[in-house]
Design a protein around this ligand. Structure first.
Ligand SMILES: Nc1ncnc2c1ncn2[C@@H]1O[C@H](COP(=O)(O)OP(=O)(O)OP(=O)(O)O)[C@@H](O)[C@H]1O
Ligand SMILES: [Mg+2]
Length: 223
C-alpha cells in the first residue's frame, strides 16, 4: 500500500523535515507514527497526500509514484485517501449528515447514493441517530466521530489521521482509537500520527518512531 524508499524532505528554507526514510506498509495494516514535536510526523502525512513533494527518494502509494505525480493526478490520488485532523474542521452551519456528505457531493454522486453511503458511514461511528442535528449539539467526542465518518464516506483504501485525539481526554481518546480499529477491521489501511505514547502502548499495533526526521524504531508498541 505504502512504500517509502530513502525519502528525504528538505523545505525551501533549507530545513530537513525527513532524512532518507524507508519503510513499507501492507494493505490492511494499522500503524502509528510517533515522535516528539518537530520529528516529522505531519510531514510524512503531507507527503502521502501530495501536499508536499519528496526532495529525494521514491514514494509509492498503491503503486503510484508520488515523487513524480502530476498536479492533474492529485485529485484522483486523494479519492483513495481519507483524512482526520485534530480539529475536526466541521461546518457548524450544516447538519451532521451534510458534513459527512461533503466529499460525495464534491464527487458528484446522486442523492440516493449519497444518502446510503452517509448513513453507512454514520452507522460505523455510531451516530446514525444524530444525522439531522448540528455539530454544536454534539459532544467533543461525537464531533470527532463525525470527522471520521466524513473521512471514510468515500470508502478510501487509506485513512490518515494527524493527532486525532489531541484535544480529547484519555477516555474519549481511547474510544476514538476504537473507532479507527473498527474501520481498520473492515479492510481500510489506517495510519495515525500521535504522540500519546501511553494510549498507543495499550493498543499493541505497529509503531514507527521518528526523531528529528529519522526513523529510529519500527515495531509493536510496548510500555
Ligand atoms: N513548511 C515548512 N517549512 C520549513 N520547515 C518546516 C515546514 N513544515 C515543517 N517544517 C519543519 O519540519 C520539521 C518537522 O515538522 P512536522 O510538522 O512534520 O513535525 P511533527 O512531528 O508533525 O510535529 P508536531 O508533533 O508538533 O505536530 C519541524 O522541524 C518543522 O519546523
Ligand atoms: Mg504535526
Amino acid at each position: 500500500m505504502i512504500r517509502f524508499e530513502q525519502v528525504g524532505k528538505r523545505y525551501p528554507n533549507g530545513h530537513v523535515g525527513l532524512h532518507e526514510l524507508s519503510f513499507h506498509v501492507q494493505r490492511g495494516e494499522f500503524l502509528f507514527v510517533t515522535g516528539h514535536s518537530g520529528a516529522g510526523k505531519s510531514t510524512l502525512l503531507r507527503l502521502l497526500l501530495a501536499m508536499e513533494r519528496p526532495s529525494s527518494g521514491k514514494l509509492l502509494l498503491a503503486g503510484q509514484d508520488l515523487s513524480r505525480i502530476s498536479n492533474a493526478q492529485i485529485p484522483f490520488l486523494r479519492r483513495q485517501i481519507g483524512v482526520v485532523f485534530q480539529n475536526h474542521q466541521l461546518l457548524f452551519d450544516r447538519t451532521v449528515f451534510d458534513n459527512a456528505a461533503l466529499p460525495l457531493q464534491i464527487l458528484g454522486l446522486n442523492k440516493r447514493e449519497i444518502g446510503q453511503r452517509v448513513m453507512t458511514a454514520l452507522e460505523r461511528v455510531s451516530l446514525k441517530d444524530k444525522a439531522l442535528q448540528y455539530p454544536s449539539d454534539l459532544s467533543t467526542g461525537q464531533q470527532q466521530r463525525v470527522g471520521i465518518a466524513r473521512a471514510v464516506v468515500h470508502r478510501p483504501a487509506l485513512l490518515l489521521a494527524d493527532e486525532p485525539t489531541g484535544n480529547l481526554d484519555p477516555r474519549l481518546a481511547a474510544e476514538i482509537m476504537g473507532v479507527f480499529e473498527d474501520i481498520n477491521r473492515l479492510g481500510t489501511t489506517v495510519l495515525i500520527a500521535s504522540h500519546d505514547l501511553a494510549l498507543i502502548a495499550r493498543m499493541r499495533h505497529r509503531m514507527l518512531t521518528l526523531q528529528r526526521g529519522r526513523l529510529i524504531g519500527d515495531g509493536e508498541a510496548t510500555r
